[in-house]
Ligand binder design. Structure first.
Ligand code: 6CS
Length: 312
C-alpha cells in the first residue's frame, strides 16, 4: 500500500527530516509492504489546505503545527502562548511528549479527526525585522507576519504590534515589498526561506518554541490492524526521538550559515529585555482561558504544573 504524508515546510526542513525518518523506519518495519510518498509545502497547498485534506481522509499522514490548527482545535493555541515552555530544549521535548496535559490535548485532536502520533519542538521562535526590537514599545505600529491563529495575534497585540496573517510561501515577497515589517520563525526556517536576504535584524528572542505535531487521519488509523498500528507508532517514536538532535543541529548550523552569508545584524536580547516581554505577555494566558473555556484552563494548569516540576 502507498500512504500520502504531507507537511508544511520545504525540503530539508525539520518537518521534512521527520517525515523522511518516519518513511525510512516504517518501510523497514513493514518489509516494504508500506510505501510513503512525502509532499512538502506547496504540492498539496499550504498548512491549512493540508490539514483539511487530512481531516477528510484524502491523505493519511501529516505534520501540522498549532498555528495552522488553532482555529480547529482551539485548546492547541496553548503553544502560541509566550514564555510557557522551559527554555531548555531537552526539557521542552520531554514535556510535549510526556505531560498529562498532552493526553487531554490529544483527545481534542481526535475530536477533529486527527490521531496524534508525536509532538516535537522544531526550534526557538525568533523575530526578524527591518528595525531592532529590544523592548515591547519597539513593536508599536510594527506589522509582523504571523500564522493565522487568534492567540498568536493576541500575543503580538499585547506588545503593541500589528499582527498580519500571510501564507508561509508569500512571506518572502511581502517582506521584500515592505508590505510587512517583520516575521517570526525558528532559525532553520529563516535560513531556508531566505528571510535573511530581506531583513536587517534578527532578534534572538526565544519567546516561544515552534512545536510540530505528527498526525494520522482517525478513520485511516482505525482501519489498520493492531500490528500495523504498533509499527506506525514505533516508527513515529523513532522519528520523534531522532528529531530532537537533528533540529538542534540544523538550527545551530544554519545560524552559522546566516552569520557567514548575510549582513543581517543578530541581536541577543538580555535577560532584562526578555523579562519585559514576558511581563507584557502574561494577560494573554487569561485571554486563552476566557476564550476557550474550562478544558483549555485545565490543560494550561496541568502544563504549568509539569513545567514547574521538570524545572526542578
Ligand atoms: O510560519 C509558518 O507559517 C511556518 N513556519 C514553519 C517553521 N513551519 C510551518 C509553518 O507553516
Amino acid at each position: 500500500v502507498e500512504w500520502t504524508f504531507a507537511h508544511e515546510e520545504v525540503q530539508g526542513s525539520v518537518q521534512d527530516r521527520y517525515a523522511q525518518k518516519f518513511k525510512e523506519e516504517i518501510e523497514k518495519l513493514t518489509d516494504g509492504a508500506v510505501k510513503i510518498n512525502i509532499y512538502p509545502v506547496g504540492q498539496l497547498g499550504d498548512g491549512a489546505n493540508q490539514v483539511e485534506l487530512l481531516q477528510n481522509g484524502a491523505i493519511q499522514l501529516g505534520i501540522n503545527n498549532p498555528g495552522s490548527v488553532g482555529t480547529l482545535v482551539p485548546e492547541t493555541n496553548i503553544f502560541s502562548l509566550h514564555f510557557l515552555l522551559p527554555s531548555d530544549m531537552d526539557k521542552a521535548h520531554e514535556l510535549v511528549n510526556n505531560s498529562k496535559a498532552m493526553d487531554m490535548l490529544n483527545e481534542k485532536y481526535l475530536k477533529s479527526n486527527m490521531k496524534v502520533l508525536g509532538w516535537f519542538p522544531e526550534g526557538y521562535q525568533m523575530w526578524t525585522g527591518n528595525k531592532k526590537i529590544t523592548k515591547p514599545e519597539d513593536f508599536k505600529g510594527f506589522k509582523i507576519r504571523t500564522m493565522a491563529s487568534p492567540v498568536i495575534s493576541e500575543s503580538y497585540k499585547a506588545y503593541g504590534a500589528d499582527p498580519t496573517p500571510i501564507p508561509y510561501m508569500e512571506v518572502y515577497s511581502s517582506l521584500q515589498l515592505n508590505m510587512i515589517d517583520g516575521q517570526v520563525n525558528p532559525i532553520f526556517a529563516i535560513e531556508e526561506m531566505k528571510f535573511y536576504e530581506v531583513q536587517d535584524y534578527m532578534m534572538l528572542s526565544n519567546q516561544a518554541i515552534f512545536v510540530g505535531t505528527f498526525v494520522a487521519n482517525d478513520m485511516f488509523w482505525d482501519s489498520l490492524s493492531d500490528e500495523r498500528r504498533a509499527q506506525v507508532q514505533e516508527a513515529a517514536d523513532t522519528a520523534t526521538e531522532y528529531i530532537l538532535g537533528a533540529q538542534k543541529d540544523l538550527n545551530n548550523t544554519r545560524l552559522e550559515s546566516i552569520k557567514e552569508n548575510s549582513d543581517m545584524e543578530i541581536i541577543d536580547l538580555t535577560a532584562e529585555q526578555r523579562a519585559a516581554f514576558e511581563e507584557a505577555s502574561q494577560p494573554v494566558r487569561e485571554f486563552y482561558v476566557e476564550k476557550y473555556g474550562e478544558d483549555a484552563g485545565k490543560i494550561l494548569d496541568q502544563l504549568l504544573k509539569d513545567v514547574e516540576a521538570i524545572q526542578q
